[in-house]
Design a protein around this ligand. Structure first.
Ligand code: ADP
Ligand code: MG
Length: 316
């Protein structure tokens, strides 16, 4: 396995506050890891330690085998980091800033201009290259930050809320860019936007109060949702009561809820007991009894539900 990021037992105290509480995980080449958690969970602090910008209280972070505290220059050469918030050096233009970062990354001569051109196109900042960073909109500043992280085409990308402040089109572009780069890099993105995790991540880690509370694929997380494999069924008004009573009697059914109704039909969601699949049973009975007033639909579950379940459990 090609393990590019190795975090081991990271702990960070700010005075008495334990912001990060023993976080360990590895990220392989080809993985896009979604780092999820409510505000204050410790995502940014973990990322700062992973990149060597903040010294851990204890624990280690390695990027392509280089310990970020012991071999910071080698480690940073291999990684791009988009910190939270806006880039420092607001009085520079993006062009000056990217030149500065490229030189600091050890790029030389033609390579500097060539790479600035590449990242400018990738992040769509061509129109503002000569404008002072502090005068740019939040969306542009975020993308200048992203361009700086990509300037040396690193194997490892650690991006702290890369789509924060972007409009929906810009979010889409950045997600597409991350997907395009995913194959030959190891990428961590922090976010609290769950659709982002579904769209781009191969794996999701949820943290809450500085601790990892889930580490799995977005699909398997969704499968933990109560509504995973629930069935939406629309039945004629005059059969609604008997249909509902019948569904409730299935021993695989946990609950039946009314979603909507009008003068001709009622829509129910039938929630299965954990691990059961109701589709055959429900479709057969609805067809045999002639109750149907529309197609059946299977629900795959909501990441939001799972996120709330997992993060609220540890808060209570
Ligand atoms: N420099 C700091 N000094 C004191 N406390 C901090 C500092 N940075 C972060 N914290 C605290 O650490 C916890 C985790 O913060 P952070 O890593 O920014 O969370 P997230 O990025 O998940 O929102 C929060 O309680 C936050 O207030
Ligand atoms: Mg943060």
């Amino acid at each position: 396995m090609d393990c590019l990021i190795e975090l081991k037992n990271l702990v960070k105290y700010f005075d008495a506050i334990k912001a990060v509480d023993d976080i360990s995980f590895n990220v392989q080449r080809g993985e896009v890891l979604g780092f999820l958690g409510p505000n204050g969970a410790g995502k940014s602090t973990t990322m700062k330690m992973a990149t060597g910008f903040l010294l851990p209280t204890s624990g280690t972070a390695k990027i392509m085998g280089y310990d970020v505290t012991e071999k910071p220059i080698q480690a940073r050469r291999k990684m791009g980091y988009l910190p939270e918030g806006a880039p420092a050096y607001g009085d520079m233009t993006p062009f000056e800033f990217l030149t500065f970062v490229a030189e600091a990354r050890g790029l030389k001569g033609n390579e500097i201009e060539r790479n600035i051109k590449i990242v400018t196109e990738k992040t769509h900042i061509g129109s503002v290259l000569k404008q002072q960073i502090e005068t740019l909109s939040k969306g542009f500043r975020r993308r200048v930050g992203l361009a700086q992280a990509l300037i040396h085409d690193p194997d490892v990308l650690i991006l702290d809320e890369p789509t924060d402040g972007l409009d929906p089109n810009q979010k889409y572009e950045v997600r597409k860019l991350i997907q395009e780069m995913a194959k030959d890099k190891a990428i961590i993105i922090s976010t609290h936007i769950l659709e982002e995790v579904e769209a781009v991540c191969t794996r999701a880690i949820i943290i809450s109060q500085g601790k990892i509370t889930a580490d799995e694929t977005p699909d398997s997380l969704k499968a933990r949702s109560e509504r995973h494999n629930a069935i939406y069924v629309t039945v004629k008004n005059d059969s609604a009561t008997i249909a509902r009573t019948t569904f409730m009697q299935f021993d695989t059914v946990k609950r039946v809820e009314k979603c909507s109704e009008n003068e001709s039909h009622v829509e129910y969601i039938i929630i299965p007991k954990k691990g059961f699949n109701l589709l055959d049973q429900v479709s057969t009975i609805v067809r045999e009894r002639g109750w149907a007033a529309g197609e059946l639909r299977v629900e795959h579950g909501h990441l939001d539900d799972v996120f709330r379940q997992i993060t609220s459990k540890t808060l209570s």
